[in-house]
Design a binder for this molecule. Sequence first.
Ligand SMILES: [Ca+2]
Ligand SMILES: [Ca+2]
Ligand SMILES: [Ca+2]
Ligand SMILES: [Ca+2]
Length: 341
Amino acid sequence: MKLLIVSCLLVAALADTQSGSSTTSAPKPSDKPQSFQHQSSLKDSTNQHLDAKKDSSEGASNEEYRQLNAEEVKQLLLKVVDENIDKDRNALIVADELKEWLRVLQEKVIQDNVNRQWVYYHPQTEEVLSWEGYYPEQKQVVSWERYLNYTYPDEALKEGEPTTPEMKEIKDMIRRAERRWKNADMDGDGSLSKEEFRDFIHPEESQRAGGVAVTEAMEDMDQDKNNEVSLEEYMTHLKKVSGEEKEDPNWAAAQQGHFTNFLDKNKDGSLNEAEMREWVVPTYDRSEAEAWRLISIADQDQDSMLSRKDIEDYHEYFLTLLPPEYWVQEDPTESSRHDEF
Ligand SMILES: [Ca+2]
Ligand SMILES: [Ca+2]
Ligand SMILES: [Ca+2]
Ligand SMILES: [Ca+2]
């Protein structure tokens, strides 16, 4: 779960940003526009499953991750800046350097999540004919049946009408998962390869597979079922998925402003499917947008670059530049722990 908390932070950090803003007074972290987050997607149920398994193996000695103090955060940040971000070692950070690092981090979070879940389902090796048709290839796949059996209780997999509200909810989840599965299954053989599985877990990361994430977002948010998400429906959703940042008095106004000025392109007061798609599966480069947002916050001499001092002075805005391993305890089940950046 800890990794997931970080991934939420990171995804939120790679949020939409109003372009061209060069304000001199820095916005508060709570003013940051909210990027799309799933509220009741199948991801959550799968992750609960994984967490339950992990908790039982770790027992009660499961410590909370350590809170870093401000000085430690600054030192870590500068270390990351020097070792990972400042590629040309000139002690100045330009947008491209920041963008590349944000991209590396986002990819790592997604790949870790995919790896973790992939291993959980114990993929099986299948022999498939290569595209030339001559040499059989070994391919690891997870079948839909295996996914079902490993994710949901037996009772939910029985035929017939659900008997309790909880069962109905799980059955709805399974229907949603099946739609996602078919959407990710590019060759239509009923099983997912690891590449297909990535589109299943993170459809919002792919222009090809992203349509299903837009459909799910519509279903979650469009309460009056008019195929548009009104400002009110949007705010209701954000309140459900966001954490303590919503307690900040500026938060609601900032989110409403983002809806009106940025997401609602045709200014009719609600989000149609195309506008929802641009929010959920944006076509613009989120890493680049976030890089410029960070520069606009901390660039004290307005030269479009960040010095080490800029980052030190505004360190609380740069926490998302820390790689996930600084935030989580060593997890022996983490298979990709030793990935090199
Ligand atoms: Ca540099
Ligand atoms: Ca397949
Ligand atoms: Ca609506
Ligand atoms: Ca609109």
